[in-house]
Structures are given as structure tokens and as C-alpha cells.
Ligand binder design. Structure first.
Ligand code: ADP
Ligand code: MG
Length: 344
């Protein structure tokens, strides 16, 4: 049974519809990420879960109980929100202790729980500091400890790492995943960063224009995107518009036989991931195309190439970069196995 059951939620701000028929079923102990571009409704959904915003239609059930109308403080959820700042005049210890004081816990219990949290987020040596004496990453770990210290039923995180630089962000992602595994608390995280979503989550809900486009495990989203939007937003992709006809898929550039399971005839799109494209050597049965290097991005371990085809289309593919990247203008052959294409 679902622990959190979000049932067909609509949300209007005046006449503007920010959420349309959003449904999500979240098992207990899961790490779920809401992934989508800016304005897709992620924060709105999180605020509704937290109780800061009401719904226009729909319900939220927690363990089978309807909590849609419950006040935020009655929900027992931990929050790490953008701009949900630490108390600047309080020490790290007192910041983390605050939710326990509000809940009128005894001094002994408060001390023990705060100590445990300081260990969990690896900030024990900083207990007496004020927030402004910490780095951005350390401050976010204090916010995390404060959100978890009262053992919430659910932790809601709204882009907690967006203000941090890349290296810190990845460190904090690892720590967050580790903390999730240790505590077993249900986490719902919001991000617009697909790498972050893939790295941390058991399941990802991809949002676009107030709707959930797809809700799946990272691997399924990547290999079986349900829509062009998901294919484009999650990972890099080459997308060909074409037609399915007579057991084949045809575009301006090529025609390829489709597996026997029979795609519906008519307009379709074929997604080919860059890593499924061979640069140079083809294998028997491959679709083979000629082009030239339009641009390359060298990243040490490999290079990402944009290959221009004669018709003007640009394809993305990776290449070994042991001897440096290929020069722009260099003629190349690219090839792929039609079975690696994803028809949507
Ligand atoms: N209080 C509000 N009043 C009116 N429109 C809002 C309000 N909050 C958010 N919106 C609009 O709803 C849409 C979704 O916003 P939001 O949930 O913040 O998206 P995200 O977090 O994915 O960037 C946006 O178009 C935004 O402008
Ligand atoms: Mg937001």
C-alpha cells in the first residue's frame, strides 16, 4: 500500500492552473524526486504536501488517512526549503534543537537527539558556531539535521543544493543518500537537475507544465521514456521525427526495419542515445550515416561530438579522447543498431 497517496490534485492560482491531475503513489521509506524545469509545478506540489498551500481538487492520504486539510504543524513533516533559513542568532546546536523545544521535549532527550544528528551530518565540531560561521554546504547540513531531528514521517526537500557549487553538490547528494539509507525515512526531493535526480532517487516523477509526464525508476525513464519531453529532459538524446509504415521507420536521413512487435503506423519519433551511436566502425545491420564533426566538448575521459549530417541535422555521440578530440570539419561515419532506438 502507498504510504503517501497523492490523488488527482488540481491547483489553481486565480485562473492559472499550476497543477493538473497530479497523482503519485509513494511507498514507505522511498526516495522520490520531482524533476522538471522551472515553473513545472514542483514547489507547488511540495507546498501542498507540507500544508502551506491548499488544493483546488484532489486528496492526499498518509498511511490511508486523509490529510488534505491538515495544518502544516499537524503533519509532522520535515522541511528543507529554498529560503527556509536557519535562525542566524542561534548556534548550530540550538538550531537543530529548536523543533524539539517546540515539541516540549526534556533537556536530556534534546541533548541526546541533537548529538545524534550532529554525528549524522558530521558537524559535531561545529555545534557552538553560528550559521554565518559555516560554509553553504555546512549550513544545508544543519537545515537537514533540524528537519530530521524530530523523526518526521516524511522529509520534503526543495532544491536544497541549488546554491552550492558542483563539487559540494555531489558530496551533499552522496551524504543525503547515505542518510536516507541509514534512517529509512521517506524522502521527497525537488530538483531541475536530472543528474542529481538519477544519482539519488529510487523513483523519479518528471513534471512538465503542471503534469506528471512519467513516474518510474531512473533506468526506465532513461531507456523507456514515455514522451518526447522525458526523452529530451532526462539525459542527452537524438530525436528523429519520422513515419512508421510497412514495419519500418523512415526519416529524411534513413529508413530502418522495426522489431516485429508492430508499432502503430503514422507519425512517430525515434530516440537514440548518444552512447548507442558508434563513431567510425559499423557493425553488420547497422544504420550507417556520413557526416562531419561540427563541434566537440572534451572532458578528459571522453569527448562529446556534434556530428553534422548533410541535411543539416546534428547528432550527438561520444568518442574516445585518449589522443585528443577530432577536429571540427573532420569527415566521420556514424552507425547505430536500430534495436537501440526508442520509438515514442
Ligand atoms: N502564489 C502564486 N501565485 C500565482 N502563480 C504562482 C504562485 N506560485 C507559483 N505560481 C506559478 O505556478 C507555476 C509553478 O510554479 P512552481 O510550483 O514554483 O514551479 P517550480 O517549482 O517547478 O519552478 C509557475 O508558472 C508559477 O509562476
Ligand atoms: Mg521551485
Amino acid at each position: 500500500m502507498a504510504f503517501i497517496d497523492i490523488r488527482t490534485i488540481d491547483k489553481f492560482y486565480g485562473s492559472f492552473q499550476a497543477l493538473s491531475e497530479v497523482s503519485l503513489s509513494i511507498p514507505k521509506g522511498a526516495f522520490v524526486t520531482l524533476l522538471g524545469p522551472s515553473g513545472s509545478g514542483k514547489t507547488t506540489l511540495l507546498k501542498i504536501l507540507a500544508g502551506f498551500e491548499g488544493v483546488s481538487a484532489g486528496q492526499i492520504l498518509l498511511d490511508g488517512r486523509d490529510i488534505t486539510a491538515l495544518k502544516p504543524e499537524a503533519r509532522n513533516f520535515g522541511l528543507v526549503f529554498q529560503g527556509y533559513a536557519l535562525f542566524p542568532h542561534m548556534s548550530v546546536f540550538d538550531n537543530i534543537a529548536y523543533p524539539l523545544k517546540v515539541r516540549r521535549k526534556g533537556r536530556g532527550e534534546i541533548a541526546a537527539r541533537v548529538e545524534a544528528m550532529l554525528d549524522l551530518v558530521q558537524l559535531r565540531p561545529f555545534a557552538r558556531r553560528k550559521p554565518q560561521e559555516l560554509s553553504g554546504g555546512q549550513q544545508q547540513r544543519v537545515a537537514l539535521a533540524r528537519a530530521l531531528v524530530f523523526q518526521p514521517d516524511l522529509l520534503l526537500l526543495d532544491e536544497p543544493m541549488s546554491a552550492l557549487d558542483k563539487k559540494l553538490r555531489v558530496d551533499l547528494q552522496d551524504q543525503l543518500r547515505d542518510i536516507h539509507q541509514r534512517l529509512g525515512t521517506t524522502f521527497i526531493n525537488v530538483t531541475h537537475d536530472q543528474e542529481e535526480a538519477m544519482h539519488m532517487s529510487d523513483r523519479i516523477a518528471v513534471m512538465n507544465l503542471g503534469r506528471i509526464e512519467q513516474y518510474d525508476m531512473a533506468h526506465t525513464l532513461y531507456r523507456r521514456p514515455a514522451s518526447r519531453f522525458v526523452a529530451d529532459f532526462v539525459g542527452k538524446s537524438n530525436i528523429f521525427a519520422g513515419t512508421v509504415e510497412g514495419g519500418a521507420f523512415a526519416t529524411e536521413e534513413f529508413r530502418m526495419a522495426l522489431p516485429a512487435d508492430g508499432a502503430r503506423p503514422g507519425a512517430a519519433e525515434l530516440v537514440i542515445r548518444p552512447e548507442d551511436i558508434r563513431l567510425g566502425a559499423a557493425v553488420a545491420g547497422d544504420v550507417v550515416l556520413a557526416g562531419s564533426v561540427a563541434a566537440s566538448t572534451y572532458s578528459g575521459d571522453r569527448a562529446l561530438y556534434s556530428i553534422a549530417l548533410p541535411g543539416g541535422r546534428v547528432m550527438l555521440t561520444y568518442g574516445s579522447a585518449r589522443d585528443g578530440a577530432l577536429e571540427p570539419g573532420a569527415p566521420v561515419q556514424i552507425a547505430f543498431d536500430a534495436r537501440d532506438g526508442i520509438l515514442i
